[in-house]
Design a protein around this ligand. Structure first.
Ligand code: NAD
Length: 447
């Protein structure tokens, strides 16, 4: 692995080989049986203990995340805090996974929610331990065992998490980590008959490959994929606040965020005011060393990714570059703002996954909705307005799994998260995630 801020090699590892992946899955199947047969209170306490373990090691795990991904340390700490919060949240769910009774003729009918068995969690490099553990916590609460594969470039935090898990008083092999590239080690998971479900977070292209590979063994799938989310800013909004919050709405995590509001749609009458304010507010973001507590934006995560983002920018003319990057090595890129590009261009329609925002004017509500829905994605988005009726009217018509009004936030542990269209399907987080980690069994008793 390479430190994205300095280009220094920080560590090396060997990929897990096929027989070790197979052994991990067989052991996980044994661990799952033991876990599912524990008393509910023991499972609840087990998840709480994981939360406490993460809290005790928050600085260490956050430092690893910051080093590996180039993430500002203050942000990394928040992400690791969310790992502990997820285990706490789902510890409370263990004894609240209910079936129902259904009125029928001739007897009594009831449903049960049963664990699936072994769940494979395949995680991306932008929020490595956070995404992996949000999914793992829900899977464990429902009585499953978990095998996690972090992205090949960013395994440090997840590898350390696995070492810490081995010190916990939990069934052996309940949570395991396998390391290596997606097309080899990831594929071993997506095709292995012992894996009952794949919880995949990554790009839409890889999501399609995972779906194909998982088809032969009919695995359950949750696919959390790419996005090109729109922030729709109406003239009747609190423009000052919309401007102040827009830079981190798109450039947070250096734009490597599936929910980044990378398309900012602004009502034509306030377009110029917005653009001027947005450029000025973006130029104030502090770009610098990830270890510095004051840093707001770090480098991009890898050389290859820097090249990918640059390839999107190369054909674009007249992008405004706001902010300055540090001198010297590192995969740095300042925020780029592309004003009123062609609505059909790649920069408007494809996921760049870097510090690039496009700003487009719209004429009225109808135009804004059409523009918001004009990509293959439907993950997140925002509506900025002071008119409640308009907020709800527009929210009902934007094709997106998550929307916020007068806010650019997307993820809360308590609420369902997932995509429409090619942003994927299934829901993580909240109580809704439990449906995806259980089978629904129906039992009829003749009376
Ligand atoms: P990616 O698709 O390249 O990789 C994701 C994971 O899949 C990695 O662990 C990788 O090793 C693995 N993988 C790759 N090929 C595989 C294969 N053939 N079989 C099995 N596994 C395979 O994505 P990335 O570049 O790591 O992450 C960026 C993408 O993730 C962006 O598109 C972003 O929008 C998306 N993302 C989505 C969410 C969400 O919740 N919707 C969250 C974070 C990131």
């Amino acid at each position: 692995m390479v430190n994205p801020a300095t280009e220094e090699v920080i560590d090396e590892y060997l990929s897990t080989d096929a027989s070790s992946v197979d052994a991990a899955l067989r052991n996980a199947a044994l661990g799952q049986r033991e876990w599912a047969s524990l008393r509910l209170s023991d499972r609840r306490d087990g998840l709480r203990a994981i939360a406490d373990m993460v809290t005790e090691h928050i600085d260490e795990l956050a430092s690893l995340e910051s080093l590996d991904v180039g993430k500002p340390i203050s942000r990394a700490r928040n992400e690791i805090a969310s790992v502990a919060q997820a285990f706490h949240y789902y510890s409370g769910m263990v004894d609240k996974i209910c079936g129902s009774t259904i009125p029928v003729d001739g007897g009594i009918d009831m449903t049960f929610r049963e664990p699936l068995g072994v769940v494979a969690v395949i995680a991306p490099w932008n929020f490595p331990l956070a995404v992996a553990s949000w999914n793992a916590a829900a899977a464990l609460a429902a009585g499953n065992a978990v095998v996690v594969k972090p992205a090949e470039d960013t395994p440090l935090s997840t590898r350390r998490f696995a070492e810490l898990m081995a010190t916990q008083n939990l069934p052996e092999h309940l949570v395991q980590v396998v390391l290596g590239p997606g097309p080899t080690v990831g594929e071993m998971l997506t095709s292995h008959p012992l894996v009952r479900k794949i919880s995949f977070t990554g790009s839409t292209k890889t999501g399609k490959a995972v779906m194909r590979s998982a088809a032969d063994t009919m695995k359950r799938l949750t696919l959390e994929l790419g996005g090109k989310s729109a922030s729709i800013i109406f003239a009747d909004s609190d423009l000052e606040r919309a401007i102040a919050e827009a830079p981190m709405g798109v450039f947070d995590n250096t734009g490597q965020d599936c929910c980044a509001r990378s398309r900012i749609l602004v009502e034509r009458t306030v377009f110029t005011d917005f653009v001027d304010g947005f450029i000025a507010a973006t130029a104030e973001l502090r770009i610098g060393a990830p270890a510095d507590e004051m840093t707001e934006l770090g480098p991009l995560a890898s050389r290859l990714h820097h090249e990918r983002v640059q390839a999107f920018l190369d054909p674009v003319e007249g992008a405004v570059v706001a902010g300055e990057i540090p001198d010297g090595p590192g995969f740095w890129m300042a925020p780029h703002i592309v004003i009123e590009p062609d609505r059909r261009s790649a920069i408007v329609n494809e996921e760049v996954f870097g510090p690039v925002a496009v700003v487009l004017p719209f004429d009225d509500e109808e135009d804004a909705i059409e523009l918001a829905n004009s990509t293959i994605y439907g993950l997140s988005g925002s509506i900025w307005t002071s008119n409640l009726g308009r907020a709800l009217r527009v929210a009902q018509r934007v094709e997106s799994g998550t929307l916020s009004v007068n806010s650019n936030t997307s993820v809360r542990l308590q609420t369902p998260f997932g995509g429409f269209k090619e942003s994927g399907f299934g829901r993580e987080l909240g109580m809704a995630a439990i449906d995806g980690y259980t089978e629904l069994k129906n039992v009829f008793i003749a009376t």
